[in-house]
Design a protein around this ligand. Sequence first.
Ligand code: GLU
Length: 446
Amino acid sequence: MDLKKILADLEANNPAQPLYLQAAKEVLETIEDFVNKNPKYDKYAIVERLLEPERIIQFKITWVDDNGKIHVNRGYRVQHNMAIGPYKGGIRFHPSVNVDSMKFLAFEQTFKNSLTTLPMGGGKGGSDFDPQGKSENEMMRFCQSFMTELQKYIGPETDVPAGDIGVGAREVGFMYGQYKRIRDEHVGVLTGKSLNWGGSLIRPEATGFGSIYFLQAMLKAKKDSLKGKKIAVSGFGNVAWGAVLKLEELGGKVIAISGPDGYILDEDGVTGDKVDYMRELLATRNNVVAPYATKYPKAKFIAGKKPWELKVDIAIPCAIQNELNLDDAKQLAANGCQYVVETSNMGCTADAIYYLQSKKISFAPGKAANAGGVATSGLEMTQNSMKLSWRREEVDEKLHQIMSSIHENCLKYGTEKDGYINYVKGANIAGFIKVADAMIEQGVAY
Ligand code: GLU
């Protein structure tokens, strides 16, 4: 493949889409050698085809707030690739949502979903609507309006959305109710549902649990363990919570969590009822972490800073794209950090990743480390199809297996001559192969 030309065309075709270009460039650079060694991919123009989403849907959402004022927001669904299964990916409600962020997330999702071993294509949706400060009724009306339009494009065998930033079980419930009202079908069209109407055990914890299972595999590959490790986690939402919960169980010491307002330093460790308190904080939907230090006065709140300035062995970004930049990477490396487990989608900037890799720090990309969430969504889809529910242990075991197999695939395609594991390369190549081969086998369709 002619990387230079592909990149030039990509930039020309996607102006003002820095996130999409960042995500695509990372994949292209890491699969280049592999694609060049396997000419069939060029013959079928797989790379060029993968760079174009199969469909981008943009729609208007109007809703009325509690004071009777009418608002207009934008909604999106990017259906990126359906080669290995129905489009699958979350819905994000956040002011940063635009066609660029949706495209990058859908693109990443295709590779991530391929890695899970389950039959799921890649998609992503959302709105620039900000859930912060909205009442429950406003959330419900917004979700209903959003689904009134989205339902035209989704279905259990077509496209199966789920939660993401700003969309939890409550919002999935509101959207599911509206889908059912319009379509008159009780089907597995969304995942992340509540347990008593089709949800799966472990789904709420799955992204965080999966990321820690992946970390365990990374540690094992270096004959290392969690014992005595100090850990900084960013975010305090669903993903961070799952990670902290699993780390507590496995004996890792989390000394920091964070929010957009700053970070909490808790040298005693975020454990016990403090972990439950993270749920309460999230439920307030104020999007600030500072109240933790009021509730637990031994902890400190450091305003306006990121936890990457701390001396930790392991850093786990769990918040949002590009939350860990080159300066943060330098700081972490200078402080002796040995593992960075990107659990947010594209949580690290490209230069931060290069830097960490140049220092031989083990770096796991989000599409591998955070795949446990969507993998468990895949397990929810299976249970819905079979019309039964698996036990907690069953789901957890499957999740664990999936994360181990993703790690093995990263080792297979990402181990370098000096033994360093380039997880980014490994994940991108492994994710690419399955989708690319499926596209070839299905003819020139998309
Ligand atoms: N939003 C999650 C992700 O980024 C989960 C998607 C899903 O469960 O479909 O992978």
